[in-house]
Design a protein around this ligand. Structure first.
Ligand code: DLL
Length: 439
């Protein structure tokens, strides 16, 4: 990894001084607010209602005065009423089913596709990608931004792109092997599935499979899962983050230091707010991530509430980039389960499961309400070795997981150990929770 470790796509930008960066952000923010106010009636009326005029915004310091935007706005003004340009300027539509069902779409101008490609080129380079690499895109290519984002970034670098889209797992592996693919882009849950299938096919990473790195994201995953994937595939696994409304993948990316994700701060301004009081929180404090785009022209987003929970840090990174970093996402404000009054994030359970010997990282949380009381069942798959172990050892593992969950989360869950390969596999964003209380 050493020769690839500190590759930087655009050092002039990614390593600029914080003062230069702030000056750039200030100028771009002022311009964005002005354009948004002039061209988007919804945002103009929202600013008017708060008594704010574009002239009141002098830079990042004034961001806190601006009204928020949220996924609801994309639904209420669906599909085109948040465009700041005529529809004829839009060259791409990308969409997302979102985590709560109804679709949302975002329109991108040529400029927006360009900056998104640049952000993804930075992202892949940070994982060690050069034009010598062969990049397999196993994110879905379609309305979902994952596939196109990865394709555009690799294309910008000049790497050899293998645009597989998601699914067709055996064929993915055949191409990976025959073409000597070196970098894989997909969700972490699909990477797990691919890794297991590679082994089931009798192939050995490092010998038959030449992967050296993966850019995984689009769904929450834990540090424990990263370590598991690195061992399974013999690679460096980098977290990448993004959302359709802002630009798709590449809004933030891990470098090979793997300590948080650098936010592309020359294109977006990140804030953390307290989700209840809506007040900005300082670096280091966990809260809801909010983005303001400062170069996007099609559908700019001002103080867009992501509902993702993390913290920001401006501590210098050994890679030399000066962009602040966001931590791994630990959950969403809307996927927090409240079970018998206790707040539970699926990621807490994942941490316990992935760290347990004898179970595979395939799990499902089933929440229900029985006799007026919430119940949580954690279904997790056993490994083949565990499955053929003694009944008493299996029971010991089950008790261990129950204990760990109680100590980490604070509630007693029913733990069900499932037969190997019995749980559904994900080719895209994994569904980990079934909350029957919502039915
Ligand atoms: O998932 C964009 C993407 C594609 C990111 C490929 C990374 C890789 P959406 O479908 O609009 O866009 O979903 C955005 O996914 O608000 C987070 O809740 C979640 N998410 C994205 N990346 C991560 C990540 C894409 N690295 C929503 N860790 C976001 C945790 C993530 N959650």
């Amino acid at each position: 990894m050493s020769e690839r470790k500190h590759l930087i796509y655009d050092p002039a930008r990614e390593c600029m001084s914080r003062d230069e960066l702030t000056a750039l952000q200030n100028a771009r923010l002022i311009e964005t607010v002005k354009r948004e106010y002039e061209n988007v009636p919804m945002y103009r009326s929202r600013m008017d209602a708060k008594g704010i005029r574009p002239e009141d915004i002098h830079g990042v310091e004034d961001l806190k005065h601006l009204p928020f935007m949220d996924k609801r706005d994309l639904r209420d003004y669906y599909p085109f009423d948040l465009l700041a340009v005529p529809q004829s300027e839009i060259v791409r539509i990308q969409g997302s089913s979102g985590t709560t069902g109804k679709p949302i779409v975002s329109g991108y101008t040529r400029n927006d596709v360009d900056i998104w490609s640049e952000m993804m080129a930075r992202t892949l380079t940070a994982a060690g990608c050069t034009k010598e690499d062969k990049v397999q895109v196993a994110y879905g290519l379609g309305l979902f931004t994952g596939g196109f984002g990865a394709y555009q970034g690799a294309d910008r670098i000049g790497a050899m792109v293998v645009p597989m889209s998601s699914g067709n797992t055996q064929r993915q592996i055949l191409m990976m092997k025959d073409l000597g693919v070196t970098l894989l882009c997909c969700t972490p849950s699909y990477a797990t599935y691919l890794g297991e299938t590679i082994r089931d096919m009798g192939l050995v990473p490092g010998r038959d499979i030449k992967l050296k790195a993966g850019c995984f994201g689009a769904e929450p995953w834990t540090e424990e899962m990263r370590i598991h994937l690195e061992e399974l595939l013999g690679i460096d696994a980098c977290d990448i983050y993004g959302l359709t409304e802002i630009a798709g993948p590449g809004v933030a990316f891990a470098c090979l230091e793997k300590e948080g994700m650098h936010v592309n701060e020359d294109h977006v301004i990140a804030e953390i707010i307290d989700p209840v009081t809506e007040q900005p929180l300082p670096y280091g404090q966990k809260g809801e991530l909010v983005f303001t785009t400062i170069t996007k022209t099609g559908m700019p987003m001002l103080r867009y509430r992501t509902h993702d929970i993390c913290y920001l840090t401006d501590k210098p990174c050994d890679c030399g980039r000066t962009f602040a970093r966001m931590s791994r996402i630990t959950g969403r404000t809307d996927d927090m389960l409240v079970i018998r009054g206790v707040n539970v994030f699926p990621s807490q359970i994942e941490t316990v499961l992935v760290a347990t010997q004898g179970v595979a990282p395939h799990y499902m949380l089933i929440v229900d309400r029985v006799n007026n009381s919430d119940t949580l069942e954690v279904q997790v798959e056993m490994t083949e070795e565990m499955f053929s172990d003694t009944v008493s050892h299996i029971e010991e593992v089950r008790r261990h997981i129950t204990e760990q969950i109680r100590s980490v989360v604070g509630i007693t869950a029913k733990v069900s150990l499932m037969a190997p390969k019995s749980m559904p596999r994900s080719e895209g964003k994994a569904k980990r929770v079934i909350d029957n209380r919502k039915l």
